[in-house]
Design a protein around this ligand. Structure first.
Ligand SMILES: [Zn+2]
Ligand SMILES: [Zn+2]
Length: 471
């Protein structure tokens, strides 16, 4: 059984708060449409639009009731859009909201009609006056006819300047106050609980990826998805955390997972491992199980795929990279800079900010960047030359990337961090505010469309296939 999750933009959330939390203290309701986002272990509803009730659609009388003409109109809209339908209402109370007997009857009655019309499960959501959401899917029973059962969603996420998450309260927290006493004293137990329940995907387990993983595990995070097709080589030993000579030849996902379990400061951690590239369907789908993704890759195609996920599936992506310049003989360092940025809703995408070029991503997808004859002919080989990460540079960048996560979740000063750059030669850092995407940016056109986008960013990845086979 896949777990459930919901995501919506800050803008839609504000619109819903305005409609559902009434000044007169009464409950209200509305329908919204959603696009599906199907991960391997998680099914997420991405809220796409509000179907505002018109006169005669509902009656507010302390509680609130809706009429069949509103249901029919909502179903028609969902069907035309090819999307799912969700039924939302508010409670005049604080915190995560359960359901009254009447709530259950109303949603249970709607489930068959909605599934029949949209082929997607009805989503029910309740909003408390402190803007905390609860959500559940009504799933069709595989055997019992016309029987629909409730599956509570693990979380509801609002993404914008900040990532605000309402968690299912029944989830057990695995934080260990004794071991995490210093961590908790930095930001409090509530924030620690929230951080520890985020599902974090780390894409690419090179030097930066392995260090991000180590930092998060020590910090007490408990849910990880590791995605990397590669195996440990001797040349990795000077810059990967948790990797030793006996690990040479083993898949990086296995070695790093073991290391994370050893470093975990929480009582229990859960790790899903995928020996795939993010550019393959399995790696892509695995990433859709996550709340936040770390892009620790250095090639253009995986960056393009991660950029796609950040916008189409509304999962914030924290990206980073290091550039080292030396003289032609590699004996003198001429410069070294590293930078990190978070991309997604309301932020400049990786393509518009020049972090990769579509042209190179397309060539990589065709296999040309792994074809020695083709590379030989290239004037500028920097796009394939990625052996520049050094432990000391990577550890600094990994720390900066985790700081981006903290800022996204805690937003300590309410400031949206821009791109952060560190210049090794001058010892200075820079915060670059981003100007937003180009007006015709493709990624903003596919915002929140999830599985409904016909273009697929993944494909065959020969190098990953070979890496899986070789022992
Ligand atoms: Zn209710
Ligand atoms: Zn863009």
């Amino acid at each position: 059984m896949k777990e459930g999750s919901v995501v919506l933009t800050e803008e839609l959330h504000q619109g819903l708060v305005q409609h559902l939390i009434r000044l007169d203290g009464q409950e209200d309701l509305c329908f919204v449409t959603y696009a599906p986002s199907s991960g391997i272990n998680r099914f997420t509803a991405i809220i796409t639009s509000i179907i505002v009730p018109e006169a005669g659609d509902r009656e507010v009388h302390g509680n609130v009731t809706f009429f069949s003409k509103y249901v029919e109109r909502a179903l028609k809209i969902a069907k035309i859009r090819g999307e799912g339908l969700a039924f939302l209402h508010s409670h005049p109370a604080k915190g995560w909201q359960g359901m009254s007997r009447d709530d259950i009857i109303a949603e249970k009655c709607l489930s068959p009609t909605v599934y029949g019309a949209t082929q997607l499960p009805l989503l029910g959501m309740t909003l408390g006056i402190d803007e905390v959401w609860s959500a559940r899917f009504w799933r069709k029973h595989p055997i019992k006819r016309r029987f629909y059962y409730r599956l509570w969603c693990e979380n509801v996420k609002v993404v914008g300047k900040k990532l605000s998450v309402s968690f299912l309260p029944q989830q057990k927290s695995h934080i260990n106050p004794k071991r995490q006493i210093r961590t908790i004293s930095a930001w409090g137990e509530q924030t620690q609980k929230e951080l520890s329940q985020l599902k974090i995907g780390i894409v690419g387990l090179g030097s930066v990826g392995s260090m991000v993983a180590e930092v998060l595990s020590r910090m007490g995070l408990t849910k990880f998805v590791l995605i990397d097709f590669d195996r440990v080589e001797e040349k990795n030993l000077d810059r990967l955390v948790g990797v030793y000579p006996k690990d040479i030849g083993k898949p990086k996902v296995d070695v790093i997972a073991k290391s994370l379990k050893r470093s975990a400061s929480s009582e229990k951690i859960h790790i899903d491992k995928y020996q795939f590239s993010i550019c393959e369907e399995m790696g892509f789908r695995a990433s859709l199980d996550c709340d936040v993704l770390f892009s620790c890759v250095d090639r253009p195609w995986p960056r393009q795929v991660l950029n796609f996920i950040a916008y189409a599936h509304l999962i914030p992506v924290i990206d980073g990279g290091i550039k080292v310049r030396t003289n032609t003989k590699n004996t003198v360092i001429k410069g070294a800079d590293w930078k990190t940025q978070t991309v997604g809703v309301g932020r400049t995408c990786l393509e518009c900010s020049g972090q990769y070029e579509t042209h190179w991503a397309n060539l990589e997808r065709q296999g040309l960047l792994d074809d020695s004859n083709y590379i030989e002919g290239l004037l500028d080989k920097s796009v394939v030359d990625s052996h520049e990460n050094v432990f000391v540079f990577s550890s600094h960048l990994a720390s900066m990337e985790v700081m981006q996560l903290l800022s996204l979740v805690i937003a300590p000063s309410g400031i949206k961090l821009g791109q952060q750059i560190y210049h090794f030669m001058t010892g200075t850092s820079e915060n670059v505010s981003m100007n937003g995407c180009e007006p015709d940016c493709f990624f903003n056109q596919i915002l929140g469309k999830g599985d409904l986008i016909s273009v697929k960013p993944f494909g065959e990845h020969e190098v990953a296939e070979v890496a899986r086979k070789n022992h």
